[in-house]
Design a protein around this ligand. Sequence first.
Ligand code: GAR
Length: 197
Amino acid sequence: MEKEINIAILGSGNGSNAQRIAEYFKDNSQIKISTIISNKKDAYIITRAENLNIPCRYFNRNDFYNTDNVLNYLKEKEIDYVILAGFLWLVPDNLLKAFPQRIINIHPALLPNYGGKGMYGSHVHESVIANKEKESGITIHFVDENYDQGQTIFQAKCQINPDDTADTLAQKIHLLEYEYFPKVIEQVVANQNFNNN
Ligand code: GAR
């Protein structure tokens, strides 16, 4: 039998990607979304986790940066991969060391453009529109110690029309995210675990 792969999703906000990923893997015999973690106490991602019946935990800044509380929880849950889906803090060193090439982020633009500190969610789309770009897209990448700089795994593009706003662009980007993020996660897991079975 294939080894079960446990995934933790980290988020800070709405959690629509987290929900999409959880639904995609719901009937998967190998890959399981074992927990959802929020760093915001009142984030809607927590309600989504409850509705999905996925164990959910809130951790604060101190838990992430001054203790091993998050790491210990991930170990307790036997987590293999950490997925950042709208998670807005830098990943601390203890987690980077524990999950080499096993922390994956999605960014709502074509990195290396429109990345870095402060570039998240609607801020990204507002900048892209303000600069009159003709296209944008998504970047799925491994996470390192810098914002939005780890190795790119996958990108997909969308066109921007003259009448697009930050809101309509956000909708286009979300559709790309929902289509590709779960599949890319599945691919990475399959590739990395091919030799272990
Ligand atoms: C997504 O568009 C994601 O790419 C972005 O936040 C949104 C979260 O939406 N992430 C970043 O900007 C990270 N720099 P969701 O909470 O509904 O999934």
